[in-house]
Design a protein around this ligand. Structure first.
Ligand SMILES: NC(=O)CC[C@H](N)C(=O)O
Length: 465
């Protein structure tokens, strides 16, 4: 896991001359005139700048200045105090990752890079200080340290669900019935999925399948990959959906639980651990000789790690006040207990295929750089200490006895307390990042608590309950 020293000594060169020449040629060939330099703030906002493409060489070598407020999720809390710092003038440096360059399929005059963010005046190289609150760079460091310690890399496939609303997207649901998996429901969504899949493919996501779940709810999946890459792709996917929504004049929502009584928008992470690279890599969670559902001992320890730290990770996997509503509405296939099971959709970890752990806690509002970093630290703890996950849950978790693990935190504030108390999960992040995250999220909780909801008004305006 990264230490202060690892941060100080972070050494990485940016684009070399060959990469610059190759990118310049691509930009010219595609007719790109403008380039977005983007990254993701701690709360998951995509932030960045646009620069005319003729400055590409300078931007690749020297980066782009990014105002402090962009990265610090600057907000004023309910007492008027500034959260997230950021009043000083000096700007951060956003260094583009050359391999992340793409041309936007909806307007090929625009290209895009993901960036790593550095402290003002710093750049990759000896002594170049990465910004401590840059979650994207942190995941890369955490993953690299894990790979160095174990010889393994985490691969992940994210399954974001989302709710589309707007003119033309209504489906007629008979009372007591469900529109799930109906091809008629998919037909209503055709203008949406056609554009999303086409754009996603053009942006390098290998789209594999999709379905219609609850009213307005669509899930479109793409092929799993190295966790760093999958995290970038989830961010890209959400950008694509927002673009499609703008084009069609509808709303694309990744809100975890837009409505009670229907399923929430989960973003299950399907995890596997690989030794080696490329086609020769082997998933150490699966035994190639066994065909029925099983897990290797390493796999069981990885599950043990995830379950022992589920409560501590929860504030990162379910990052909003609304995230927890997914868990209160039992029976909607969101887990209700910290347990695991063979192909059991009611568990926190479902063995979804041999050697593939589906962590069902994350929802569609997740910051994937935080969730994957936390999961790596939990898995490492499980492997280091051979944590036993106990027997798999058989049958529904909704009506069974509590599991041996801590209960799931059921509100954001409980989850923040559990995160603060979990030294393993917390130490995955530089202190500055963990502290800022806690401050931002505690303030989000306080603002929610100060708000009078419709439910309260209906309950208490005339009568007592
Ligand atoms: N297909 C499913 O497993 C549904 C998952 C559910 N929508 C969730 O909130 O996690």
């Amino acid at each position: 896991m990264p230490t202060k020293t690892a941060l100080d000594e972070h050494k990485e060169s940016n684009a070399d001359d060959a990469a610059i020449r190759e990118l310049t040629a691509r930009v010219e060939e595609a007719g790109v005139e403008f380039v977005y330099y983007q990254t993701v703030s701690l709360t998951g906002r995509v932030v960045g700048k646009v620069v005319p493409a003729r400055h590409l060489r300078r931007n690749l070598e020297r980066g782009v200045n990014l105002h402090r407020t962009a990265m610090s999720d600057l907000q004023v809390d309910r007492f008027g105090a500034l959260l997230g710092g950021g009043t000083e003038a000096a700007e951060f440096t956003a260094m583009p990752d050359p391999e992340t360059f793409v041309v936007l399929p909806w307007d090929t005059t625009v290209g895009r890079f993901f960036c790593r963010v550095y402290e003002p005046g710093h750049r990759p190289g000896v002594g170049g200080r990465p910004l401590a609150t840059d979650a994207r760079s942190n995941l890369r460091r955490v993953h690299a340290a894990f790979a160095e310690a174990t010889g393994l890399r985490l691969r992940s496939g994210c399954e974001p669900e989302m709710t589309w609303t707007g003119p033309g997207l209504e489906v007629h649901v008979k009372p007591g019935s469900s529109p799930s998996y109906h091809v008629d429901s998919l037909e209503v969504m055709r203008p949406v999925f056609q554009r999303v899949i086409r754009y996603a493919q053009a942006l390098g996501l290998d789209m594999i399948e999709g379905d219609y779940e609850d009213p307005g709810q669509l899930e479109l999946n793409w092929m799993f990959d190295d966790a760093d890459t999958t995290a970038d792709r989830l961010v890209t996917y959400r950008q694509i959906c927002r673009q499609v929504a703008r084009e069609l004049g509808v709303t694309a929502s990744f809100m975890p639980k837009p409505k009670a009584g229907v399923m929430g928008n989960g973003c299950h992470h399907n995890l596997s651990l690989w030794r080696g690279r490329g086609d020769d890599a082997v998933n150490v969670l699966a035994d190639p000789e066994v065909t029925e559902m099983h897990l290797t001992d390493m796999g069981k320890h990885a599950v043990g790690g995830i379950l022992s730290h589920s409560a501590g990770m929860m504030a990162l996997l379910g990052p909003t006040v609304n995230s927890y509503k997914r868990y209160w509405d039992a029976g909607q296939f969101a887990p209700s207990q910290i347990n695991w099971g063979m192909d059991n959709k009611t568990c926190t970890v479902r063995l979804s295929a041999n050697g593939r752990l589906e962590c069902k806690l994350p929802d569609a509002s997740v910051n994937p750089y935080l969730s994957h970093a936390a999961l790596i630290s939990a898995i490492k703890d499980g492997l280091d200490h051979a944590i036993d996950p106990g027997p798999p849950q058989s049958g529904s978790s909704y009506d069974s006895a509590p599991s041996k693990f801590e209960p799931l935190p059921l509100t954001l504030t409980d989850a923040l307390d559990a995160f603060e108390a979990d030294a393993v999960v917390r130490s995955t992040f530089p202190d500055e990042m963990a502290d800022l995250y806690l401050a931002l999220k505690r303030d989000e909780w306080a603002r929610f608590c100060g708000h009078i909801t419709d439910w309260e008004y209906e309950m208490y305006t005339e009568h007592l309950p």
